[in-house]
Unconditional design. Structure first.
Length: 440
């Protein structure tokens, strides 16, 4: 591999910008005027490009280091690097023609050359392509690039819940319940498409904020009224009503559940035996045999995540890997009320049921988790002079799920039970949240 040659002159920097089309035609036309008076030194031109917001600091550093080729991935121009791991790197990028911003995940060439790493990466692409839900990061496209592959997905600004807890500590009860409720509705969508995530944890639950639907007209009317009283007005963002939105990330361990009637050999082909998830949030049955885990394993992991949001730590924070796995199978975590006294008994009961050791003792579907958490999840907004009423619903913790049993344990699609425990043919609207309700 040829070593990169650093760029030191304005002429060389301008040539690279033209080569990779990193600037718009209008910016390229103005570029010669920026070069004048800078004594041919590349760093002076680079500073000018940053000051005009034509390039980012990351782009400039890559260009000056002679790595301009790395700023192009297929039809996308890399804006910044968002993160990296053992298997891949994730970049903030922009489509060169369409202009839409995305997050591009590119597998490392040495990993893609390995059959196991290639399988996991392609498995994530397949899983994301099957999903279309407000609480799941949206898949855009995928393709080969040079000696590896990449896929582009929805770009959202915010932070993951793991980082939020590390920086701010335990969350307010209504926030924690709302975030997990949204996550459960996203998992219900994947469950209905025969997918299990297998690595649910706070760092894979991404918090962003979106404008409230139908708030734009109200905002415009408010601004018009303010302008009538004060010509200086206010900045539009100061009155924009926003609400939190959870996006489930990282479907690299997602696997197709074994459909009813399928052979065990077929199920094994869809699952990587060596990958079991993250120990702090791993269900007992997934630790024993990752090949047989169903949606209830995700529900256990989601319960561990809710415990973390409420207490500020994982259920079993101490010990080595094997010790944590044993604790998940045999021990009970420290009671939540020993950390704080403002968590309702209903919420504590929900966490305990989600984290039951036996899968049959848990909620059987994510939809039932979302329904149970709804009374404790208060809608929150970020707005000026906006008061949101508390949600007052007289609903207790359900003792029976009105949602279907997973097919892997003999349930029939669409079968639920009425309040008297009688089987029924379909779910009512309250048992299965619709997609639009996920953003409430």
């Amino acid at each position: 591999m040829m070593a990169s040659i650093a760029i030191t002159s304005c002429g060389s920097l301008a040539d690279v910008l033209r080569k990779h089309c990193l600037l718009t035609p209008a910016q390229l036309a103005e570029l010669p005027h920026l070069v004048l008076g800078r004594c041919g030194e590349a760093r002076g031109l680079a500073r000018a490009l940053i000051q005009r917001s034509w390039l980012t600091v990351y782009q400039v550093n890559q260009l000056l280091a002679g790595n301009g080729d790395e700023l192009v991935i297929g039809p996308y121009h890399v804006i910044d690097r968002l993160g990296q791991g053992g298997l891949s790197q994730v970049f903030h990028a922009k489509h060169a023609e369409a202009g839409n911003e995305v997050a591009v995940k590119m597998i490392r060439p040495e990993v893609f050359a390995c059959a196991e790493g290639r399988q996991q990466f392609l498995q994530e692409i397949e899983a994301m392509a099957r999903l279309d839900h407000a609480n799941i990061v949206q898949f855009c496209d995928a393709d080969q690039w040079k000696d590896t592959y990449y896929f582009a997905m929805e770009y959202v600004e915010g932070t993951d819940l793991g980082k939020l807890v590390r920086l701010s500590g335990a969350l307010a009860v209504h926030e924690a319940c709302d975030f997990i409720r949204q996550s459960a509705t996203g998992l219900q969508h994947s469950y209905e498409r025969n997918l299990v995530h297998r690595d649910i944890k706070p760092v894979n639950l991404f918090l962003t904020h979106i404008p409230i639907a139908n708030a734009a007209k109200k905002q415009a009317a408010l601004l018009a009224a303010v302008r009538e009283q004060d010509e200086r007005s206010v900045h539009p963002k100061s009155t924009m009503q926003m609400k939190p939105m959870i996006k489930i990330l990282d479907w690299g361990l997602a696997t197709l559940r074994n459909p009813k009637g399928a052979t065990a050999e077929l199920a094994l082909e869809n699952i990587s035996k060596s990958i079991v998830g993250t120990a702090d949030y791993l269900s007992p049955e997934q630790a024993r045999n990752a090949n047989t885990v169903d949606i209830r394993g995700d529900i256990y992991s989601l319960g561990c995540s809710l415990y973390c949001l409420l207490t500020g730590q994982a259920p079993f924070p101490d010990g080595a890997l094997m010790q944590k796995l044993i604790q998940h199978q045999q021990a009970e975590p420290k009671p939540i009320d020993e950390f704080r006294g403002d968590v309702p008994a209903g919420v504590t009961a929900i966490v305990k049921r989600m984290m039951a050791k036996r899968p049959e003792d848990r909620f059987q579907t994510p939809a039932s988790v979302a329904l149970a958490l709804l009374p404790f999840a208060r809608r929150t907004t970020l707005a000026v002079s906006c008061t949101v009423p508390l949600l007052k619903v007289a609903v207790g913790l359900p003792t029976r799920d009105d949602t279907p049993m997973p097919p892997t344990i003999g349930g029939r699609p669409g079968q639920g039970f009425d309040r008297a425990g009688r089987p029924r043919s379909g779910l009512d609207d309250t048992a299965r949240p619709q997609r639009r309700s996920t953003s409430d």
